[in-house]
Design a protein around this ligand. Structure first.
Ligand code: NDP
Length: 323
């Protein structure tokens, strides 16, 4: 993999008419970038060969040749994986420097936060008193999904890999029950045990990030009319032979389960309400974002690989400059 990447240094000219120059402060890495490293049909085109990688980033305007932007403005772009760049103004979005710290706009107040929000509130139709199961619960999307579900009055069971992540879920994220799936020979039995310990019948909502045995466990413990928001299936992204398909898919029918996949880009209309809720919840101390921060663009690939080895906790970022 490392041999497929090159770190290139080049001069950046002053911005041309209509362009803005930005110094990135942080870029984020996402599992979805793995899909764009293949030319298989998808909802976004593959990365172009011999071109800079793209991805969410937050930066500061250093020079502007467009009236809507001035030096010092905080801006979001999808042009990460570069330290300084010129871009047309249309590729940049303003962010409020005073409302939140810059990195928050790549995490709980960015696309991973919106993914958790849209998946629970719109796709799953979250209701107070739901029992919610979240996989990859200590990650960027999962940890925010757990917190939103708690804020909405639900009971939450989170699954993550390792004792450190289990403790993080219980002590920091504030779930009602946590499973270290790496320590469990049978995830379905582990979920059944936690459901019983909580004194509930089963789960009403599954927020799926992993797929495979996690989805199988969720189907096994689902209540009748459960709603499954299929956000991701990271356990399958690097699989080159047959994917792992749950053996109990017939439960979709026998339990009248509604399963729906979604892509966050289709739910940007939720952004105004989402941003207002997130800022209010953050100010009230109800939403916290753990971050795994790698220093320097030369460590971007290490940061990305950490998503698949599970080295990360919370949102995985690369710091590219001093805020
Ligand atoms: P995370 O911060 O959650 O990092 C990925 C985590 O996935 C790792 O920390 C690891 O946690 C877990 N993981 C990796 N490989 C495996 C495996 N083989 N089996 C089980 N767990 C594994 O990433 P994100 O929050 O950015 O993404 C989480 C999910 O959400 C992904 O599936 C992603 O594709 C999806 N997503 C979907 C979006 C949409 O629009 N639908 C938008 C954004 C993300 P652990 O150590 O616990 O195993």
């Amino acid at each position: 993999m490392a041999q497929d990447f090159a770190l290139i240094t080049r001069d950046v000219p002053p911005p041309a008419p209509g362009e803005v120059q930005v110094r990135n402060l942080f870029m984020a890495v996402d599992p979805a970038m793995r899909g764009r490293m293949s030319d298989a049909p998808s909802y976004v085109p593959p990365f172009a060969l011999n071109a800079p990688m793209e991805g969410p980033a937050i930066g500061e305007v250093t020079a502007s040749n467009h009236p809507d932007f001035k030096p010092g403005d905080l801006v979001f772009s999808r042009l990460g994986w570069r330290e300084i760049f010129n871009a047309p103004a249309a590729a940049l979005e303003h962010r409020d420097r005073d409302a939140l710290p810059p990195s928050a706009y790549l995490g709980f107040a960015g696309s991973t936060g919106l993914t958790a929000y849209a998946g629970l509130i719109r796709i799953a139709g979250l209701r107070e008193d739901d029992v919610v199961f979240v996989s990859a619960a200590s990650g960027a999307v999962g940890s925010i999904a757990c917190q939103i579900a708690r804020i909405k009055g639900c009971k939450v069971i989170g699954a993550a890999g390792g004792a450190r992540k289990k403790a993080f879920l219980l002590d920091t994220v504030g779930v009602d029950a946590a499973i270290d799936y790496k320590a469990e020979p049978n995830l379905t039995k582990a979920l059944a045990r936690e459901v019983k310990a909580l004194g509930v019948k089963g789960i009403d909502v599954n927020f799926e990030n992993v797929g495979g045995d996690h989805l199988q466990a969720a189907l096994a413990l689902a209540n009748k009319h459960a709603r499954f928001a299929i956000c991701g299936m990271i356990s399958q992204y690097n699989v080159t032979d047959a994917p792992t398909v749950p053996k109990n898919l017939t439960m979709l029918m026998t339990k009248s389960i509604r399963m729906e996949g979604f892509i966050v880009l289709d739910h940007k209309d939720l952004e105004p309400q989402f941003m207002a809720d997130m800022i209010a919840w953050h100010k009230a101390g109800l939403i916290r974002q753990a971050e795994t921060v790698h220093e320097g663009i030369e460590n971007a690939l290490t940061a990305f690989n950490g998503l698949f080895s599970g080295d990360n906790l919370g949102r995985t970022l690369v710091k590219l400059g001093e805020p």
